[in-house]
Ligand binder design. Structure first.
Ligand code: NAP
Length: 280
């Protein structure tokens, strides 16, 4: 029987804590606020941004979406980020990807001050995370760790395999899993014999953006599978990178999509925004 690693209850608990913190901050004269900079018409991004702003408002956090054209130039994006960086009423800043072609993404990410970098995008935050120093980590990577912890899944000593090496998920998660004493393998599009590698995983985390790509052939019997994938179908429904029907009964546990990593990611983003508001 495959255990369902739901993220819903955990997300609710985090959001309740956030709402309490927001009330305390407001009582002391601080209105926590998050700004999301968007320059894409990508549907998945739109879905995610709608979700964040709704959740922020529900928790009492002011959420502003700063929408630029999909052809915005780098200087316009840089000016927007610099303005938000200097705005004392803004506590958290997210720069949504994808960005218009040709812009220097790392230069733009560097313009988010580390103390407002609530989704760990600034290369300085990534470097601090790598060195085990205090920093805001990317919330999706944190959400994977939080789900494992919430469901009492031991990490120390396990072989964890991550499929996907993006800066927002795979790479930071590799650091977090290493820090929790897992032995970590990171796979990507050039990995040979992927299934042979993933079948060795006590914990398999998939973040590739390919709907239902991972089937039973990729899973170690009774292994733990965390599905980060968020793929939006034409009818608006969500599906993960793991074929849940196929892996059912093979995996020991599987996080669902929707209702797994996604809600915890959003809740942790609100939590990090509140933490930023406390220190600014
Ligand atoms: P990304 O930047 O496009 O990176 C995808 C990664 O997957 C790359 O490292 C790529 O390898 C690898 N990959 C692609 N096809 C592969 C294949 N056939 N075999 C092995 N590796 C393959 O994507 P991302 O931003 O990390 O997002 C990944 C997924 O997670 C998406 O579905 C996204 O929507 C979802 N996501 C969810 C949340 C959440 O809160 N739930 C948050 C962020 C992202 P190369 O490096 O070699 O190209």
């Amino acid at each position: 029987m495959t255990e369902v690693l739901s993220g819903k209850e955990l997300a609710r608990e985090i959001k309740d804590e956030v709402a309490d913190s927001v009330k305390q901050l407001q009582a002391s004269g601080t209105d926590p606020s998050l700004s999301v900079v968007v320059a894409t018409a990508d549907e998945t991004t739109d879905f995610y941004v709608r979700h964040i702003t709704k959740a922020a408002l529900a928790a009492g956090i002011k959420a502003d979406v700063v929408r630029l054209s999909t052809t915005a130039m780098e200087d316009e994006l840089a000016a927007t980020l610099t303005k938000l960086a200097g705005d004392k009423s803004v506590h958290g800043i997210i720069l949504q990807t994808p960005l218009p072609t040709g812009v220097d993404v790392e230069r733009l990410r560097s313009l988010i001050p580390p103390e407002k970098d609530v989704d760990g995008a600034n290369p300085l935050s990534a470097g601090r995370l790598l060195c085990g120093m205090e920093a805001f980590a990317p919330t999706t990577a944190l959400a994977v760790m939080a789900i494992l912890d919430y469901h009492d899944i031991p990490v120390s000593g396990t072989h964890a395999v991550i499929v996907g090496r993006s800066l927002v998920v795979g790479k930071p998660l590799a650091h977090l899993l290493l820090a929790a004493d897992a032995t970590v393998t990171v796979c990507h599009s050039k990995t040979r014999e992927l299934a042979q590698v993933t079948r060795k995983a006590d914990i398999l985390v998939v973040a590739i953006g390919k709907a239902q790509f991972i089937t039973a052939d990729y899973i170690k019997p009774d292994g733990i599978v965390i599905d980060v994938g968020t793929n939006v179908h034409d009818d608006g429904s969500l599906v993960g990178d793991v074929d849940s029907q196929s892996v059912h009964e093979v995996a020991g546990a599987l996080s669902p999509v929707p209702g797994g990593v996604g809600p915890v990611t959003t809740a942790l983003l609100l939590k990090q925004t509140v933490e930023a508001a406390k220190t600014l």
